[in-house]
Ligand binder design. Structure first.
Ligand code: PLP
Length: 440
């Protein structure tokens, strides 16, 4: 199909909410042929996080209860499901859950997975390489003053729309690095203020995320003691996110929720550049294989992954190329050009994408507050678009029919992946609650 014949892309151009079903999705086994990453890589990341747990517990006492692991709860939200069916005529069957990454320790967003993992990986490389740590040593020692002095000679830099910068900046500063965060114009003032309070250097740009990354990368390359976290291409970030999958499997088991051919799992994850939803989905595919169906959700003004995957152009297309502004209230998703690395990995795995207009994000936010008393930032609320639309749209219902899922929806589990919110200050929450945008 030529790209001008893809109906979802026509909707994208017209700034209309849409669903795109991925025609290139294969079965799990085929999708892994020639894959550069595997379950073994995820397990290695998991072990690394365990090694760092004593350090994390010391630096961040709020993680003591979880033994230094940064993980979120899986919460049933039946009242939100009922509300979606009543207010939006969603006809959603099965059980709806919220994966509360909004409450992840340290960074208050999904970025506490990938971002913190990458900082720790780099820290381990440096510490082992310079004899600061023995391979079987106590990682708690990295919290000592001598280690801080050592890391103070090194810099970590990242480009961010906000949340990635918070996770890298807070963790980087906690270890002792000089941390520099290059913030795009979309980044909220309170995120910059919070980082500065942690001793992080914030560089501000009046351009979009791509420019902030480009400049950050360039500056980092000029300093041999500087490490740049490359959101668009980083395998480490991706693997940090992927660790979520096995832990989720444990949580489902603990709540006696089956996932198998008779009990399909649907996951809806907000997407910016693609690392977080891509890494999590890749992990979920390793664990649940053909029984999990992963959907990304993006704002109608910045559906970069949809544009990249539907055209096959990946990072060679931007949302401006299809006539969109890239401007959205969903600051965590305000990305114009997708990760080519993630798009290619997801090409045979992703089930599809939903897009959502900004006005609806604030409504979903108020809906969740009213029905479940849980606050999410607007970006995270994009997850609900998948749950609200999957049984309503012709294209997604066809997907369910084709995959023999329609008759199994009553036994299905749906997870809206709540990607952020707990660090949003009270006064900003009040502003969000009063924000009503016109529907297009
Ligand atoms: C970063 C972010 C995402 C998406 O992650 P990407 O890796 O950019 O795709 C989703 N929601 C929130 C709140 C985020 O901060």
């Amino acid at each position: 199909m030529k790209k001008e014949e893809i109906p979802a892309l026509e909707d994208v151009r017209q700034e209309k909410e849409t669903v795109w079903i991925n025609p290139d999705k294969t079965d799990y086994k085929t999708s892994m042929e020639g894959a550069e990453l595997s379950m073994a890589d995820i397990e290695e990341a998991e072990r690394r996080l365990l090694r760092f747990a004593p350090f994390i517990m010391q630096r961040f006492p709020e993680t003591r209860e979880s033994g230094g692991l940064i993980e979120s709860e899986l919460t049933p939200i039946p009242a939100m499901k009922a509300h979606l069916n009543e207010a939006y005529n969603s006809r959603l069957e099965g059980a709806l859950f919220l994966k509360q990454d909004n409450r992840l320790a340290i960074a208050g967003s999904v970025k506490a997975r990938g971002g913190i993992y990458e900082v720790l990986k780099h820290t381990e490389d440096l510490a082992l390489g310079h004899g600061l740590l023995e391979p079987d040593g106590d990682y708690g020692d990295l919290a000592k003053e001598a280690a801080r002095d050592f890391f103070g000679k090194y810099t970590i830099q990242v480009g961010s729309t906000g949340n990635l910068g918070m996770s890298i900046g807070i963790m980087g500063a906690a270890i002792g690095y000089k941390a520099i965060v290059h913030m795009s114009a979309d980044a909220k003032q309170w995120k910059k203020d919070l980082l500065r309070r942690h001793g992080v250097t914030v560089m501000e740009y009046d351009s979009d995320y791509g420019k902030a990354v480009e400049n950050g990368r360039r500056l980092s390359q000029q300093d041999e003691n500087s490490y740049f976290v490359d959101d668009e291409n980083s395998r480490n970030l991706f693997l940090g996110y992927a660790v979520a999958a096995k832990r989720l499997a444990g949580q489902l088991k603990a709540q006696e929720i089956p996932v198998d051919e008779e009990h399909p799992l649907f996951v809806y994850i907000p997407c910016g550049v693609g690392g977080a939803p891509g890494g999590i989905s890749f992990g979920l595919k390793q664990v649940f294989k053909d029984d999990v169906h992963c959907f990304f959700t993006e704002p109608t003004q910045a559906p970069c992954m949809l544009a990249g995957m539907a055209t096959g152009l990946h990072n060679e297309i931007s949302v401006q190329d299809v006539g969109l502004s890239g401007l959205t209230h969903a600051d965590g998703l305000a990305v114009s050009r997708p990760s080519g690395f993630v798009g290619r990995v997801m090409q045979p795995m992703l089930s599809g994408e939903f897009t959502v207009q900004d006005a609806r994000l604030y409504d979903y936010m108020r809906d969740l507050l009213k029905t479940e008393e849980i606050f999410l930032e607007p970006s995270a609320c994009a997850a609900f678009q998948g749950a609200a639309e999957i049984m309503k749209r012709r294209e997604s219902v066809e997907y369910l029919e084709k995959n023999n899922l329609l008759e199994r929806m009553e036994q299905a589990t749906h997870i809206a992946w709540a990607t952020g919110g707990s660090l949003v200050p009270e006064n900003i929450r009040e502003e969000y609650k009063k924000t009503y945008l016109p529907y297009k």
